[in-house]
Design a protein around this ligand. Structure first.
Ligand code: FAD
Length: 401
């Protein structure tokens, strides 16, 4: 009997987990040896992280042990950190295990923050959208509230919160934080008028690319909760004291949350793939250019939307759809057959704004307020359904009402 090919899946995020789930469903036991490799022994839902970051959800609700979700009869899980892909040698280098060989590789390592060259981001801002990263944000915010009344001279910068970037992540985070501020003020005996929240955006609009009516709705709502927007105002530096804008304005703050977008995982650049900001412009079948056996999906991949001639934004929605195509294409490579071309099927986009508020477009329909909030929670629950069926959805899902 011929030996089974080895498939390695790198990263247990949206792309990696859905690839593993689909392989477990579609492959027979004799088709391949499949190992999913990831840094943590848990999978976390990045798209929920703005909630624990602001303290409106416990971080454990966003994560689950990888072993509890994957089919362990068909998928082996290895907790380790990927350091490099040796594509010419069909090997990956792992921090603990050392070298591992593969016949086929699926790279789904996600993204890291993009600083656009702004100095001081990694030293002074909170930029890690991971479980450990958001734990630190939440603890830091609460600590400053606790500290405020213990200073001989109350310091305004303790209660000044700056969000860099009015894209999806920044807007969802400030939505949660602005919703939580009244509770924090009550718990820590802090007057609400002492709290300042800024969202600073370099582009000429918040939520670039989103429907302008929905953007206006979101901004009005957040302004009514005390958020001040500074639009078209690039940040030139983050310092220990706050942020400095290109026009010279300084905002003193002990809390700068960095949410200006992402670049592909550094392993991509380190491994010598041709890339744009860490993302590989993949072929239609999702393989890296010139590679027969290496697929790249999720935030590490780049695809151009032919209608707009601009890259699709990196989203969980696309990562999950790519994972389905990759599992089919792997089976075609192993058993013979045509490889499928991938086209994103964008079903809609919904951004939560804290509490029962959200905005979104689903199909051609614009959604505001509670109906958008309902849709957002249904999208979150649908993902759990895809991953672990009704059991996981009932255990971890959100109440849409
Ligand atoms: C706050 C927030 C809200 C968002 N909201 C939405 C939304 O509403 N809708 C939407 O579609 N998208 C949303 N996104 C974007 C979405 O989360 C990403 O596009 C998606 O997670 C990408 O999937 P991925 O599989 O490429 O990477 P990830 O899901 O990030 O997974 C990468 C995995 O690789 C692991 N890993 C990283 N480095 C290593 C290493 N060196 N070795 C081993 N493992 C490693 C990580 O631990 C992680 O498990 C949001 C993002 C954020 C931050």
């Amino acid at each position: 009997m011929a030996t089974k090919p080895t498939i390695l899946i790198l990263g247990a995020g949206y792309g990696g987990m859905v690839t593993a789930t689909k392989i477990a469903k579609e492959f027979g036991h004799s088709d391949a040896n499949v190992t999913l490799i990831s840094k943590h022994n848990y999978h976390y839902q990045t798209t929920w992280l703005h909630e624990p970051a602001a303290g409106t959800m416990h971080p454990d609700r966003t994560r689950m042990p990888v072993d509890s979700v994957i089919n362990r009869n068909k998928i082996h899980f290895l907790q380790d950190e990927v350091e490099e892909i040796k594509k010419e040698e069909n090997k990956v280098i792992l921090k603990e295990t050392g070298e591992m060989e593969f016949d086929y590789l699926v790279t789904a390592l996600g993204a890291v923050p993009e600083t656009f060259g702004v100095e001081g981001v990694f030293e002074h801002a909170f930029s890690k959208w991971t479980v450990n990263g958001v734990r630190e944000m939440k603890e830091h915010i609460e600590y400053l509230f606790a500290k405020y009344n213990n200073e001989p001279e109350p310091r305004d910068d303790y209660l000044t919160f700056v969000v860099a970037g009015a894209g999806f992540t920044g807007m969802e985070f400030i939505g949660e934080l602005s919703e939580r501020i009244p509770e924090l003020c009550k718990d820590y005996d802090v007057p609400k008028n002492k709290v300042k929240m800024y969202v600073i955006e370099a582009a000429p609009t918040a939520l670039p690319g989103f429907d302008p009516e929905l953007v206006e709705y979101a901004m009005n709502l957040l302004e009514n909760r005390g958020v001040e927007f500074k639009i078209n105002k690039p940040i030139s530096e983050v310092t220990a004291d706050g942020v400095v804008l290109k026009d010279g304005e300084e905002i003193k703050s002990q809390t700068v949350i960095w949410a200006t977008g992402v670049r592909g995982h550094p392993v991509i650049e380190k491994s010598g793939f041709e890339n744009m900001r860490g993302r590989v412009k993949v072929e239609k079948d999702l393989r890296a250019p010139g590679e027969d056996n290496i697929f790249i999906i999720g935030d590490c991949s780049l695809m151009i939307n032919e209608e707009t001639e601009r890259p699709y934004p990196p989203t969980a929605q696309i990562a999950m759809q790519q994972a389905e195509t990759v599992s089919k294409n792997l089976l075609a490579l192993i058993k013979g057959g045509e490889l499928q071309e991938f086209t994103p099927d964008i079903k809609g986009t919904v951004a939560s704004l804290g509490g029962k508020e959200a905005i979104g477009v689903v199909g051609n329909k614009k959604l505001y307020g509670t109906s958008a909030n309902f849709m957002k929670k249904m999208i979150d629950n649908r993902y759990l359904w895809i991953l672990g069926g009704a059991g996981l959805m009932l255990k971890k899902g959100k109440n849409p009402l």
